[in-house]
Structures are given as structure tokens and as C-alpha cells.
Design a protein around this ligand. Structure first.
Ligand code: ADP
Length: 174
């Protein structure tokens, strides 16, 4: 698939990722997988307590890896929990870890037969990763495998963040 066709499978929107009717939503989780603030808290709240019950059996998740659970009460069939890096200035392997979080999430999705998937802006909240380089890694990783998905959605939580993704897609797709 050429770059233009791959790009046509990417979308950006602003809103609550827990409401999206996609095959899988990605959770920006922490190493415990037991829930937290931000998007993680929203996903646990919306999915219901069964998610925490199952997460307790998973034994956590190292940074850069991903784990899958059912979506429980979400419209999405699956939740892919991944752990992005905490930003420590950029010299502690953060870009590679963030790339691994995206790639491992996408691979796990493919293993489950997922055709439509939505990502939040992993690591860019409490974990402090700068938004533009984070969006570049997100979009680059998505383009690598876009041919195998119907749609890869970047679900931001503000119009400003949405503009960041639009800018990065423009940059990488034209
Ligand atoms: P991290 O700890 O990986 O930084 P956060 O949850 O703090 O994760 O933030 C990641 C991104 O998710 C931030 O850009 C934040 O604005 C966004 N976010 C928070 N709640 C939601 C939600 N319900 N849907 C989509 N994105 C959200």
C-alpha cells in the first residue's frame, strides 16, 4: 500500500475515547494495570468493575508492552492496555519505549482480528511526553500497519491536541 492510501485510513477526533464504537480502544495504562487517572480512570469507570477483577490476574505490564482484555461495558469489544514511558527529558529511551507501546498495541490488535482501533495520546498527560514528538511516533507507527486496518483513529481530548495530530499527519502524508 502506498503512503497516500495508508494515510487515508487514519482519522483524528476530539472526545471521550470510552464512547467510541470501534473494535478496540487503547488504554494509556500504568505498570500495575490496576487503573489510575486520566484516560485510564475513564476507561475503568466506563468498562465497569469486571475490568479491575481481570486486571488483577494479569500481573502488570512492563513499559512499552501491551495486554488485552475484553471491553466489558464499553462499546468496544477489546481494550488494549499499554504503558508508555514517563518523560524524563528524552535521554532515557523514551522515544523507543513510546514507539514500542504503539507497535505492540497494533500487533496485539491484529492478533485479535481488530479492524478499527482508537488511540489516546499515550504518555502526553500525567507522563509529560511532549505532544508533537509523541504524535509523530503515533502516526509513524500507525502508517507502518495501516494497510491491515480499516481505520486507525487518534482520539484526542482537546481541539488543540487534535490540531497537533492534523499537523503531524499533514507533515507525514504530503
Ligand atoms: P499518561 O499517563 O500516559 O500520560 P493520561 O491519561 O494522563 O496518560 O493522558 C493521556 C492523554 O489522554 C492526554 O492527552 C489526556 O488529555 C487524554 N485523555 C484523558 N481522558 C481521556 C478520555 N476519556 N478520552 C480520550 N483521551 C483522554
Amino acid at each position: 500500500m502506498n503512503r497516500k492510501d495508508a494515510c487515508s485510513r487514519l482519522s483524528v477526533c476530539t472526545g471521550d475515547i470510552t464512547r467510541l464504537e470501534v473494535d478496540a480502544v487503547v488504554n494509556a495504562a500504568n505498570n500495575s494495570l490496576l487503573g489510575g487517572g486520566g484516560v485510564d480512570g475513564a476507561i475503568h469507570k466506563a468498562a465497569g468493575p469486571e475490568l479491575l477483577d481481570l486486571a488483577r490476574t494479569l500481573g502488570g505490564c512492563p513499559t512499552g508492552e501491551a495486554r488485552v482484555t475484553p471491553g466489558f461495558r464499553l462499546p468496544a469489544r477489546w481494550i488494549i492496555h499499554t504503558v508508555g514511558p514517563v518523560w524524563r527529558g528524552g535521554t532515557q529511551g523514551e522515544p523507543e519505549l513510546l514507539r514500542r507501546a504503539y507497535r505492540n498495541s497494533l500487533q496485539l490488535a491484529l492478533d485479535k482480528g481488530v479492524r478499527t482501533i482508537a488511540f489516546p495520546a499515550i504518555s502526553t498527560g500525567v507522563y509529560g511526553y511532549p505532544k508533537v514528538p509523541a504524535a509523530r511516533i503515533a502516526v509513524e507507527s500507525a502508517l507502518e500497519v495501516a494497510a491491515q486496518f480499516e481505520r486507525i483513529l487518534f482520539c484526542t481530548y482537546s481541539e488543540r491536541d487534535e490540531a497537533v495530530y492534523r499537523q503531524v499527519i499533514e507533515e507525514l502524508c504530503t
